[in-house]
Write a protein that binds this ligand. Structure first.
Ligand code: ADP
Ligand code: MG
Length: 245
């Protein structure tokens, strides 16, 4: 025999209201205990369904934005990196820097948490509805170069310059040829004073001329990037090697 409860659960399933379906059995008891009105109960249940959908949308969005994994500032151990101004970094989560189209540059040796911080801020921006892309610098330059060779550079530059937040990870791990440096300059120039860019690098800005191997293009890139910038220099040890003496 089909009980009313089963009919209700079937209906919820057919309507795709899965969170309500999951909550309902326990919730029915709570309705009696707390003496909730039908309206109050429906508000609670529909809120849980909406919250679940919102989280699903965020998770799907994050999955396609290029993040290598998900990180959060909640799991960042600031006591391990005393050179970081914790307050300054926590404030980046409020995204005020994006309203002012300011850039962030995280500099430090491998393993000090640059990518972790960049991802955390990027995910926060994504949760707040911004269009974000996380991309490795080498990969970005390969894509720009391919677009250039196909005669599609303008289209590609306009696509990358439209993101509210572009995170370019690992500038400086590999040397950058003249043509690629020029493409990067064009991208940085297209985003200049319009949208924020976050960059991570293992090289001090003063050593970027060695990466781009050309003082003129280095100066041009730096000029646009650092005009409105917060530079976070991390001078501590690698978190990856924290167990080693
Ligand atoms: P980097 O980009 O500077 O080379 P990562 O951000 O990739 O370093 O950090 C390496 C690993 O260590 C990641 O898994 C990261 O989450 C973790 N990690 C780095 N610093 C911290 C920290 N202070 N607290 C917690 N985890 C950290
Ligand atoms: Mg990194």
């Amino acid at each position: 025999m089909t009980t009313n409860n089963q009919i209700l659960l079937n209906n919820l399933e057919r309507l795709g209201l899965n969170k309500i379906r999951e909550y309902l059995p326990n919730y029915l008891d709570q309705i009696h205990t707390d003496n909730l009105s039908l309206t109050e109960a429906l508000i609670d249940l529909t809120n849980s369904e909406l919250q679940n959908r919102h989280e699903g949308q965020i998770a799907r969005a994050i999955a396609v934005l290029g993040f290598p994994n998900t990180k959060s500032l909640d799991t960042f151990d600031f006591s391990f990196q005393p050179s970081i101004n914790r307050q300054e970094v926590l404030e980046f989560q409020n995204l005020a820097f994006m309203e002012k189209s300011e850039n962030l540059i995280f500099i430090g040796n491998p393993g000090v948490g640059k990518t972790h911080l960049a991802i955390s801020i990027g995910i926060e921006a994504c949760k707040q509805g911004c269009r974000v892309l996380f991309i490795n610098c080498h990969e970005l330059l390969i894509r720009l170069r391919a677009a250039y060779e196909k005669g599609l550079l303008d289209r590609s530059l306009s696509r990358y310059s439209r993101y509210d937040l572009l995170i370019i990870d690992e500038i400086g791990y590999l040397p950058i040829g003249h043509q690629e440096a020029n493409l990067l300059f064009q991208l940085v120039n297209a985003r200049y004073e319009k949208h924020s860019t976050i960059i991570t690098s293992n090289s001090d800005l003063s050593a970027w001329v060695d990466i781009f191997q050309n003082p003129t293009v280095t100066a041009a890139i730096l000029d646009r990037l650092v005009h409105h910038v917060h530079v976070v220099k991390i001078t501590g040890k690698s978190y990856r090697l924290r167990g080693l003496k």
